[in-house]
Design a protein. Structure first.
Length: 335
């Protein structure tokens, strides 16, 4: 059975990796709500995204000063770039993160967190399939099994079901396109951040690269936008509106560490459960725009959870392949 040069022995059991992936998904939905609310409060999605990324970078730099392995990781990444074990564009995952938080401000507060999340999931599912097939993630190529394909199809069907009800509320289609493209970008970000983490030997190093690149990109965008439309008149006083960056630090580092264990597609589908559960809870308890959650949205979320379970079954079985003799393991890996 072939292995990827960047693949490592998993340090966590699968069930625990899945639990952490679910938690990362839930944090993504929470960040979407916070960044969307901040963008609405200052009427500027670009500045809100820059605040989220910039505050996250500040937290990471403090952590870096206190964590020596994180600092040492930069030298390892530099060596990997010089030796071409790591392509230069693999350290640019933060560009996808910048696009993601910008779409949170542009559309999450308008279309609702639940609908925003299912659009993100659609992009992540498609991106996860492609990136696993080409072997972009640190775990190498992961061929599609029947259950993984079924899980992906169920996830897309769930998204279609959930979106169909919301479209009756005249949700702008172009706002749906933003999070969909952001979902594809997130899959790419998770894959390349995982590669950087492997070379650096530290999730903190990979996360700092992510936030530094994203912050730099957003600062340029904010300066251009401010020159055209001006700066926000004032900033809100509620402290929780500035928590998006801290939350992003947690789930970006978590995803960088988890992607080699579960792959891009399964990480995305595991994240679906956490994202949709948290998103629906937020929309039910603290709805935005006066829009209630439809039955179709709830049903689509339930179907998406089934998709995660189906896609995870095959992975659990594949974990036992390593215990088989070499010849049997090789045959089982291609079933």
């Amino acid at each position: 059975m072939s292995t990827h040069p960047h693949a490592e022995r998993a340090r966590l059991p699968l069930w625990l990796a899945v639990v952490f992936a679910l938690a990362c998904g839930a944090l993504t939905a929470v960040q979407s709500r916070i960044n969307g609310q901040l963008a609405g409060a200052i009427d500027d999605a670009f500045t809100a995204a820059a605040i989220s990324f910039g505050s996250g970078l500040a937290i990471l730099l403090v952590s870096l000063a206190l964590w020596r392995p994180g600092r040492a990781g930069f030298a390892r990444v530099g060596a990997a770039l010089r030796e071409r074990r790591l392509a230069w564009w693999m350290v640019l995952g933060g560009l996808s993160g910048a696009w993601f938080v910008t779409t949170q401000g542009l559309s999450a507060g308008v279309i609702g967190v639940a609908l925003f999340t299912v659009a993100i999931v659609a992009g992540q599912t498609i991106g996860g399939i492609v990136f696993d097939l080409v072997g972009l993630g640190p775990g190498g190529r992961r061929p599609l099994t029947v259950t993984r394909v079924i899980g992906a199809v169920l996830a897309l069907a769930a998204i279609g079901w959930a979106v169909s009800a919301q479209l009756a509320h005249e949700v702008p289609l172009w706002l749906m396109l933003f999070p969909f493209l952001a979902g594809i970008a997130v899959g790419w970000q998770q894959a390349v951040n995982g590669r950087v983490k492997i070379e650096a030997g530290s999730a903190l190093t990979a996360t700092v690269f992510n936030f530094a690149v994203g912050t730099a990109a957003l600062v340029v965008v904010v300066l251009v936008h401010a020159a055209i439309a001006g700066w926000p008149e004032s900033l809100p006083s509620e402290p929780w509106l500035y928590a998006g960056g801290a939350i992003g630090c947690i789930f970006i580092a978590g995803q960088a560490a988890l992607v080699r264990m579960v792959g891009v597609l399964l990480l995305a589908l595991c994240g679906v459960a956490g994202q949709l559960a948290a998103a629906l809870t937020l929309d039910l308890v603290l709805p935005t725009g006066g829009r209630a959650v439809d039955v179709a949205t709830v049903g689509g979320t339930a179907l998406a959870l089934v998709a995660v379970v189906v896609a995870s079954i095959r992975w659990s079985r594949r974990k036992h392949v390593a215990a088989l003799p070499a010849g049997q393991a090789e045959r089982a890996s291609v079933e």
